[in-house]
Design a protein around this ligand. Structure first.
Ligand code: NDP
Length: 331
């Protein structure tokens, strides 16, 4: 396992990490979650990603139980949570039980610490921007959590470059700690933010990135090729029609089919190729993996070694297949 600095911070994260969205506390049994975390840790993973909304708090509880049981040295791993959506689901949420107000940020952090059974969160993300709370209020709230020792690094998820810069301006003005990292979606099919929108702020504020859905929820594994619709997969879970509709487009499947053939020529699987492709981008601090089975995780870890197979020539072939190079401003 290789380790990368989280942006300009001193923190080193394993280039492959493990997340729990839709799996922990929901799709998979708790013993599978435990096995996944053990395999990850034994393979050098030092970052586990979570959020208050994942399985409405259950995902954090499952992860917390494993962390407690494993008794890994607290200084050998990092764990995150995210605040914004609340943990009760929209229908049961009262005012102040979601969003990025000082009130909810403070409450949600304490709740996450309790569920995860840890004294502090290494990384704490604002899961989405909150149009109803001044960014200044959120920056203060996050800064205060850091000074209280409850959080070490704070960041954003799916914020625009402009919003991230506003947070930095506020932080600078008041001598507060600004956001260290952003958690954007990044994979072969979704590239604009990471490759273009953030390109300046990697340099100016030294933004780190913990990227999500490297396999586009499974489309980039090839299991949906030839319009196959396998049962027991994420895209066939109850309530996931919106996700299926957004990722399972004809054009994406065609690309996955061509990429599967290219991966085969290289002697690797498509998920390994797709994850290695994310790792080729030096602005990615860590690729957060998701897995519903231990075999998937073991396979996906091969991506670290597979990086060397992605030569300039191979990257060019991939670019031709993807045909989605983000347009960069020329001025
Ligand atoms: P992926 O796009 O990699 O999807 C993971 C899913 O793909 C698995 O659960 C599994 O689903 C399938 N899969 C993975 N590997 C294989 C394989 N080798 N062969 C076949 N199928 C495979 O990542 P996620 O979408 O899970 O995102 C990773 C993490 O990022 C999340 O757990 C979460 O922590 C974070 N995240 C953050 C978000 C944010 O807004 N900040 C949003 C989304 C995720 P199955 O077997 O069920 O088909």
């Amino acid at each position: 396992m290789e380790y990368r600095r989280l942006g300009k911070s001193g923190l080193q994260l394993s280039e492959l990490s493990l997340g729990s969205w839709l799996t922990f506390g929901k799709q998979i049994e708790n013993n599978t979650a435990e096995d996944l975390m053990k395999i990850a840790y034994d393979n050098g993973v030092n970052f586990f990603d979570n959020a208050e909304i994942y399985a409405r708090g259950e995902s954090e509880k499952v992860m917390g139980k494993v962390l407690k049981k494993m008794k890994w040295d607290r200084d050998s791993y990092t764990v995150s949570s995210k605040v914004f959506f609340g943990f009760r689901g929209t229908e049961n949420t009262k005012p102040n039980q979601n969003g990025l107000s000082r009130k909810h940020v403070f409450e949600a952090c304490n709740q996450a610490l309790e569920r995860l059974k840890v004294d502090y969160l290494d990384l704490y993300f604002c899961h989405r921007p909150d149009k109803n709370t001044p960014i200044e209020e959120t920056v203060w709230a996050m800064h205060n959590l850091i000074t209280q020792g409850k959080v070490l690094y704070w960041g954003t998820s799916e914020w625009s470059a402009q919003e991230i810069m506003e947070a930095h301006m506020v932080a600078k003005q008041h001598h507060l700690i600004g956001p260290t990292m952003e958690q954007p979606q990044y994979n072969m099919l979704t590239r604009q933010k990471v490759e273009v929108e953030f390109s300046q702020i990697y340099k100016t504020v030294g933004l780190g990135t913990t990227i999500w859905s490297p396999l586009a929820s499974g489309v980039l594994t090839g299991k949906y090729n030839q319009n196959k619709d396998p049962k027991g997969t994420r895209l066939n879970m109850e309530g996931m029609d919106w996700l299926k509709k957004s990722v399972l487009e004809k054009e994406n499947i065609k690309k996955a089919e061509k990429l599967t053939a290219l991966a085969k020529d290289l002697g690797i699987s498509l998920p390994v190729l797709a994850i290695a492709w994310c790792l080729k981008n030096n602005n990615v601090s860590t690729v957060i993996l998701g897995a519903s089975k231990t075999a998937q995780l073991k396979e996906n870890f091969k991506a670290s070694e597979a990086k060397t197979k992605l030569t300039d020539d191979v990257m060019e072939q991939i670019e031709k297949i993807l045909n989605n190079t983000p347009v960069k401003p020329t001025f």
